[in-house]
Ligand binder design. Structure first.
Ligand SMILES: Cc1ncc(COP(=O)(O)O)c(C=O)c1O
Ligand SMILES: N[C@@H](CCOP(=O)(O)O)C(=O)O
Length: 466
């Protein structure tokens, strides 16, 4: 399988190359040249498989040429062996139509672990083959940071520099990053929003002064391997609910558009996905883009769902490319316009391509609290506020009653105790597996929201390319 850039100007790479490259050299994002498709019989044969085996079957076509089936299986068994639930991503029923897919049973309590536990192992495998090293530069609104740090802390040949927007992540999220003491982990709090941090990360991939000295790599969902691993749990959920013989809809709390794009990929692979609901908080650029074609940014508003306080959604570019006819040159032009004006209109082809599968909804602060309360009062489930954005969208969307609707439960409620307590009156306790988080000492560097400051810090602390 080879991978092409959404902007048409970078060389095609194999899976190993795309995983280590992170972002394409033309500023685009890598995607498989074509979507592998399973037959109905092949999907039916996946029912009941243990998660690591299902992951092996679903991801195998994507890693062809870079990993053997046995190698992939061994990595999946190792990655998913660290989850605290045997099912890895268990499904919970809320009422006749509504379901939750719990994605927070990994080491750092958010859905990011599902992909990042595997990505850490993929890096290790590929770097040892190449006798090479990697300088990871990442941006986080709270959850990617801790999951990536957990996945690579102490690993040979990898340095990680993780930028978070100062004061805009929850205390649990911050501590999960800043209390990890390993010489290869560098936490940086910058002034500004997640979007500012993400823009600096992308700029570093295009900075020749940096790329000539360091092997820059990505752990954000700009890295294709992240999305590939997230496709698996759509299969896991749909198979339990009767796929391939029954359609299933998903509601996905959305920020950077990575998780919901993984759902789109599952549909391209043959999973009977009836609908993907893109659920946003008041930072609703994606809701406006999908409902009106208007992709124009505003000021990022801080909310009780900080991980989704994002306006520039990296992976939306992947959808615009695929649903818009895979015209890299035209998309590069469109993205250049967007980068200059921070606004663009979707073309008719892009809107029609997306409309087949995607709908969208937006939840304000009060609606988030109401959804949290409903889950607790009605089904006895304590959910986190991001999940509540998804649940609000699921319950207010018009979907045939015969189709189950699965909301992705993207984080453990104890990561956001204030919002949960406000809605339910109960403060959720941290699971014992995160240990003495509040007793540990924190360490991080504060930098202004200026690219040059971050670049100089990375230059001083990273290991030169090997
Ligand atoms: C808890 C939580 N929910 C939802 C999201 C949104 O996911 P995505 O960025 O893949 O759209 C994030 C951050 O990405 C998150 O951390
Ligand atoms: N919500 C994310 C933002 C980064 O998204 P990613 O999926 O592209 O890594 C976070 O928690 O950091």
């Amino acid at each position: 399988m080879d991978y092409i850039s959404t902007r048409g100007g970078a060389p095609a790479l194999d899976f190993e190359g795309a995983t280590l490259a992170g972002l394409a050299s033309d500023g685009g994002l890598y995607l498989p040249r074509h979507w592998p498709r399973f037959s109905e019989g092949e999907i039916a044969a996946m029912a009941g498989l243990p998660y690591a085996e299902l992951a092996t079957r679903v991801m195998l076509p994507f890693v062809e040429g870079s990993l053997t089936e046995e190698e992939l299986r061994a990595l999946c068994q190792q990655a998913y062996g660290r989850f605290s639930h045997d099912a890895v991503t268990p499904l919970v029923q809320l009422d006749e139509q509504q379901w939750l897919l719990e994605l927070f049973h990994g080491p750092t309590l958010a859905f990011k672990d599902v992909a990042l536990q595997l990505l850490g192992l993929l890096f290790e495998t590929f770097l040892s083959r190449r006798k090479s090293n990697l300088t990871i530069i990442g941006a986080t609104s709270g959850d990617t940071g801790s999951a990536a740090i957990d996945a690579v802390a102490g690993r040979e040949g990898v340095d990680i520099f993780m930028l978070h927007p100062r004061g805009r992540v929850s205390e649990v999220q911050r501590r999960q990053m800043t209390t990890v003491r390993a010489p290869n982990v560098h936490n940086i709090a910058i002034e500004g929003s997640f979007d500012d941090a993400q823009a600096m990360v992308k700029r570093m991939f295009g900075d020749q002064g940096m790329t000539s000295r360091f092997n820059i790599g990505a752990v954000n969902s700009i890295n294709w391997a992240r999305l590939m691993a997230q496709v698996v749990y759509y299969f896991a959920a749909a198979l339990q609910l009767g796929a391939p013989h029954r359609q299933v809809a998903f509601s996905v709390p959305t920020g950077n558009f990575g998780d919901v794009f993984a759902g789109y990929v599952s549909a391209q692979m043959g999973l009977p996905v009836a609908q993907l609901i893109v659920a946003t908080n008041v930072n609703d650029i994606l809701h406006r883009a999908l409902s009106q074609g208007d992709y124009s940014t505003g000021i990022v508003t801080p909310t009780a769902t900080p991980s989704m306080d994002i306006q520039i959604s990296s992976n939306f570019e992947r959808l615009l490319f695929d649903a818009g006819g895979r015209d890299g040159k035209a998309l590069a032009e469109q993205m250049r316009g967007f980068e200059a004006s921070k606004a663009m209109q979707l073309t008719n082809t892009q809107r029609e391509g997306a409309a087949g599968l995607f709908t969208s909804a937006r939840a304000d602060g009060e609606e988030v609290l109401q959804a949290l309360r409903w889950a607790y009062d009605h089904a006895g489930e304590m959910i986190d506020p991001h999940t509540a954005v998804g649940l609000h969208a699921a319950r207010t969307s018009e979907i045939d009653r015969a189709i189950p609707v699965v909301t992705l439960a993207t984080a453990h409620p104890a990561k956001f105790p204030e919002a949960v307590e406000r809605a339910t009156g109960i403060r959720p306790a941290l699971p014992s597996r995160v240990g003495d988080l509040f007793a540990r000492e924190e360490a991080y560097t504060e930098l202004p929201g200026e690219y040059e400051a971050v670049r100089d810090f990375v230059s001083q602390h990273a290991s030169p390319a090997a």
